[in-house]
Design a protein around this ligand. Structure first.
Ligand SMILES: NC(=O)c1ccc[n+]([C@@H]2O[C@H](COP(=O)([O-])OP(=O)(O)OC[C@H]3O[C@@H](n4cnc5c(N)ncnc54)[C@H](OP(=O)(O)O)[C@@H]3O)[C@@H](O)[C@H]2O)c1
Length: 235
């Protein structure tokens, strides 16, 4: 069976990816910041018969990204999913990503996590991807990063998602002749810690939709930006 590698795999959308791929018989390399605290993910690994392995990775630490790739050297990865992400200061701290009161340290952290780290993780695990049969890499972006569809007052977050969408669209052109398919997703507004309880999309539906799209995504479509339900996101 194929292998998926997922960042931010301990909760939210990342955990749902792990659960659905594992239920489908895939092997999963599940990366998260703190495996010792990843109770739900560890439970998933425990019942997987060895198909789900949990390993530590804080995507902000690029040396740690290289070290994680070295630990998994020689292992084929069919689908690499850059899921880990942060929204930055929100609610009563929203001013920290607003004009006039910007917290630049917070903005840098959001950019490094959401825009630069997916590129770094893809670079580091590229040999694994080339060994996989499917050669597919995804990033979970957001419609909030689209200039056409949405404007939201979260400057750090929206700029980071616009940045990663452009980065992966560019990457698609760079990697096309290596046979690598690049996929950019908006998962919808999903009920997770980030999306909140009031979100309109269930985790199961978002991930089932994206998994179906991943399975059918062709090299000719590399670099496209799609919502979990298959709609094209205007960017
Ligand atoms: N939910 C939505 O409505 C929505 C909409 C559009 C896009 N997205 C995107 O979808 C992705 C997943 O979001 P979610 O809703 O599942 O969010 P979430 O519930 O807040 O989970 C975020 C995940 O990312 C991990 N993470 C954050 N920083 C990390 C780092 N430096 N290193 C490793 N892991 C890190 C978290 O790990 P810890 O537990 O260690 O913090 C957690 O596993 C994100 O990229 C988000 O921007 C979500």
């Amino acid at each position: 069976m194929p292998t998926a590698l997922i960042t931010g795999a301990n909760r939210g959308l990342g955990l749902e990816f792990v659960q659905q791929y594992a239920a489908d018989g895939w092997s999963v390399i599940a990366l998260c910041r703190d495996p010792a605290q990843a109770t739900d993910l560890n439970a998933e690994a425990a019942k997987s018969g060895g198909r789900v392995s949990v390993d530590a990775l804080d995507v902000l630490d690029f040396a740690a990204v290289d070290a994680a790739a070295a630990r998994h050297a020689g292992r084929a990865v069919d689908v690499l999913i850059n899921n880990a992400g942060i929204i930055g200061p929100v609610r009563d701290e929203l001013a920290k990503q607003s004009f006039g009161t910007m917290d630049y340290t917070a903005w840098e952290r959001v950019l490094r996590t959401n825009t630069m780290a997916p590129f770094k993780v893809t670079e580091a695990f590229f040999p694994n991807l080339m060994q996989g049969a499917q050669k597919k890499v995804a990033v979970i972006s957001s419609t909030v990063g689209s200039n056409v569809e949405m404007q939201a007052p979260v400057v750090a977050y929206s700029s980071s998602k616009a940045g990663v969408t452009k980065t992966f669209t560019t990457l698609a052109a760079v990697l096309r002749d290596k046979g690598v398919t690049v996929m950019v997703f908006c998962p919808g507004h999903v009920k997770t810690d980030m999306g909140g309880e009031g979100a309109g999309v269930e985790r199961y539906d978002s991930i089932a939709g994206m998994r179906k799209l991943i399975a059918g995504w062709t090299l000719a479509e590399s670099g496209q930006f799609k919502r979990f339900n298959g709609e094209t996101v205007a960017f």
